[in-house]
Ligand binder design. Structure first.
Ligand code: NAD
Length: 384
């Protein structure tokens, strides 16, 4: 089978779906691999590096996509008039990418109508067997790490305690809201930089994980369970939201840095930090809203921008993983390669919908959106 990789064309996107190391593995497993010229440049891989592992380089993306049996991408294939990748896909082509189907139901509909067999790596079940294919974890971890670095650069203070001839300065306090993959990496990174770290979540099992990476845990006893299954959180009841707000008022006010990563069902961001809470912070404090791609956890956040409110800066970076393209691409590429290799034999990818991983992340098949939550989201969008 022929695997095609095209250049990612979303603004600011520097990642590539396959790095040369992965091409070599897939070619060794019997696939033909073809890459659009320049696709790896943003991640540090020129065409020569791909040629060196026997990948073909193609200059015409349309011809490349049309000839593919499997199209691997970081983001959803584009549907722009200047680059209509979706229109180039042949019916029956296997598409594997981080499609974010619940955030973009109409794009899934377009892929379905084109007859693509589309798998979304961010919908892969969070099981031990699927861990090595989990692009969401790889990218969230980068985002947690980078979010703390952004805060450290912007904060007008040291993060660690430091003693010098001029006396001692005390460590900055960092508060992390949402402690799954991004949050735990943010905690660990802030601890490594010497900050005092506190964290909260709504899933009670997280307390132990927070403490295991060296942070203090604070949380409310929930009146209603906030689990949405699969380790994901559901929206809090209005009463629990109010009790969480009461807890957060003091924690946010005393923090130099607040890092937010909370998502509901892994997709949308609940508003947790109110404008009033931001006003209670000392000037110079920083909020890094890592849930900006899902709409943001702070009422003041503007996704993609930094807002200043009374000297508190609220940063809401989007697609943060793309700002570390070399390692983001390496990890993404290894995740995709694991997915393809697990279900392949002698260069042929085998569709097996009895398999819980494939069944969990299959979004479109036979010209239909088959992923239940995406189908529901599409129906809601199309409702009059
Ligand atoms: P996520 O991005 O969906 O959510 C981030 C965190 O925000 C979660 O911990 C969630 O509980 C929390 N949250 C939601 N609402 C909140 C609120 N109002 N206040 C505070 N916190 C709130 O999480 P994720 O990183 O995608 O991980 C989802 C689940 O998958 C977790 O249980 C994680 O441990 C699990 N996981 C399992 C594997 C595996 O076994 N292969 C791999 C990665 C993640």
């Amino acid at each position: 089978m022929k695997i095609a990789v095209v250049r990612e064309s979303h603004p600011g996107e520097q990642r590539v779906a396959l790095v040369p190391e992965s091409c070599e593995k897939l070619i060794g497993a019997g696939f033909n691999v073809a890459i659009e010229s320049g696709a790896g440049a943003g991640a540090g891989h020129d065409d020569a590096a791909y040629r060196a592992v026997d990948a073909q380089i193609e200059t015409d993306p349309q011809a490349l996509v049309r000839s593919a049996d499997i199209l691997l991408k970081v983001n959803c294939p584009t549907n722009d008039p200047g680059r209509p990748e979706v229109d180039w896909i042949r019916p029956g082509t296997v598409v594997v990418a981080s499609l974010m189907p619940l955030r973009h139901p109409p794009a899934m509909d377009a892929l379905a109508k084109r007859g693509a067999l589309a798998f979304s790596t961010d919908a892969i079940p969070r099981t031990t067997r699927a861990q090595a294919m989990d692009t969401l974890s790889s990218m969230s971890s980068i985002s947690g790490y980078k979010g703390v670095l952004l805060a450290a650069v912007e904060l007008p203070k040291y993060l660690p305690m430091l003693s010098s001839a001029a006396g001692t300065v005390f460590p900055a306090s960092v508060f992390v809201i949402g402690a799954a993959v991004a949050g735990l990496q943010a905690i660990a990174t802030a601890k490594r930089l010497g900050a005092m770290v506190t964290a909260t979540d709504v899933r009670p099992e997280v307390k132990e994980q927070v403490e295991s990476v060296g942070a203090r845990y604070v949380g409310i006893e929930l009146a209603e369970d906030a689990s949405a299954g699969g380790g994901y959180a559901a929206e809090l009841s209005p009463e629990d939201q109010q009790r969480q707000r009461e807890l957060l008022i003091d924690e946010v006010a005393r923090s130099d840095v607040v890092i937010t990563t909370a998502l509901i069902g892994g997709v949308f961001a609940p508003k947790i930090i109110t404008r009033e809470m931001v006003r209670s912070m000392r000037p110079g404090s920083i909020i890094v809203d890592l849930a900006a791609d899902g709409g943001g956890n702070c009422e003041v956040s503007v996704p993609g921008e930094t807002v200043d409110l009374n000297g508190v800066r609220i940063m809401a970076p989007v697609n943060l993983a793309a700002t570390m393209p070399e390692h983001a691409s390496l990890l993404f590429s290894r995740n995709l390669t694991q997915f393809i290799s697990t279900f392949s034999d002698e260069g042929v990818f085998e569709v097996d919908l009895e398999d819980e991983i494939q069944a969990g992340c299959l979004i479109t098949k036979d010209a239909e959106v088959v992923h239940e939550r995406t189908r529901d989201a599409l129906a809601r969008e199309n409702a009059p």
